[in-house]
Design a protein around this ligand. Sequence first.
Ligand code: ADP
Length: 179
Amino acid sequence: LEPKEEYGSKALAQDVMRPRRSDPPLAVLTQEGMSVGEVEAMVADTDYSGFPVVVCQESQRLVGFILRRDLVISLGACNARQRQEGVVSASLVFFTDHVPAQPTSGPPAVKLRGILDLSPFTVTDHTPMEITVDIFRKLGLRQSLVTHNGRLLGIITKKDVLKHMAQMANRDPDSILFN
Ligand code: ADP
């Protein structure tokens, strides 16, 4: 994201964010209610670098962002270390502050709040890409989440921004301002 060229596209964050209409929905984790097996399946079935964590599927309210890497390490540790403590595929994963008291029956819970980024960068869907690009450059972001009224809509990665800029440069030269 070299700041050599002025970026004057009229596009908004919602035009660049993923998923696109035709894409599968955003892969998110819920702050509670998912099992170790379900989280492992999401990690195995996708190759995204990270996953937003939301309060619940219905609300899509953002809780934080977790890097795939950290999730893999934690669940790996979970396999080795926590298996001794009885953690199994059916164990519930919690990203919440408080974990409900454990029922005496049933497998123990896995607490992963510690590896969650609780303040991931967000822009709203109507933020102009010109400003979004500037924020990516100045803060050195790898990704930003996109929200509307607090509801999570999508994600923009640095690569998405670069692809968008390349498209603008090729297809619509008039929309790029060269000073
Ligand atoms: P990069 O863009 O550097 O390849 P990723 O592998 O994380 O980074 O993302 C690949 C594509 O998938 C990007 O277009 C990104 O916007 C999108 N994406 C990233 N994370 C998710 C997610 N959790 N759910 C759906 N799409 C995602």
